[in-house]
Each structure stands twice: as C-alpha cells, then as structure tokens.
Design a protein around this ligand. Structure first.
Ligand SMILES: [Zn+2]
Length: 102
C-alpha cells in the first residue's frame, strides 16, 4: 500500500479515507514580455531550458535557479489544502488569524 505524506504538516494521508490534494507550483521569471519578438524569445528560452535540463538532473535545482524560479509538486492533506486555498500566497493577514507555517 502506498503511503502519502502531507508536505505541509507531515501527517500521513490515507488515500482510502482522505482526499489527497496535489499542488503544483511553477514560478518563472517574467522576461521579455514587452519585446516585439516575444514568440522568438520563447522558442529560444525553451531551447535554453532544454540545454540546462540536459546539464542537470531533472529534480535538482541549483541555488541560482532556486532564486528566480521554482517548480514543485506537493501533496496536501485535506486540512492543509483548506488552509492553502485560504491563503495560497502566505499573506500575513491570514497568518494573523492563526494560520502559521511554524
Ligand atoms: Zn497537512
């Protein structure tokens, strides 16, 4: 039997009795959005990205990449999913209501 662990609260998720939520986060640096040759730039960036992927293990993110981009896939239990939906960006206004990462 496969066990899943919530990536936020670290509790185990029992897929038989609980819904497992998957959050996928893909953050990229927005560049060249105003350039006329935007589509060409996208193609170029895709090629560059493929080259970079060839240089690294797919899961590994270098420190430099981690500063400007983030791609993650997280399992959440129903409770953490609820908290995440309330405050996907972790804004402090919601933290003040008792939601804390710590
Ligand atoms: Zn959780």
């Amino acid at each position: 039997m496969i066990h899943y662990t919530c990536d936020r609260c670290k509790r185990q998720i029992n897929p038989d009795s609980q819904t497992r939520f998957i959050v996928q986060i893909d953050i990229q640096t927005a560049t060249n959005d105003l350039e006329p040759e935007f589509e060409d730039e996208v193609d170029h960036l895709n090629e560059l990205h493929q080259v970079l992927e060839g240089m690294h293990e797919p899961i590994v993110v270098t420190d430099e990449e981690a500063e400007t981009s983030h791609h993650g896939r997280y399992d959440l239990c129903p409770e953490c999913h609820r908290q995440f939906m309330k405050n996907p960006l972790g804004r402090e206004a919601v933290l003040a209501l008792g939601f804390s990462n710590n």
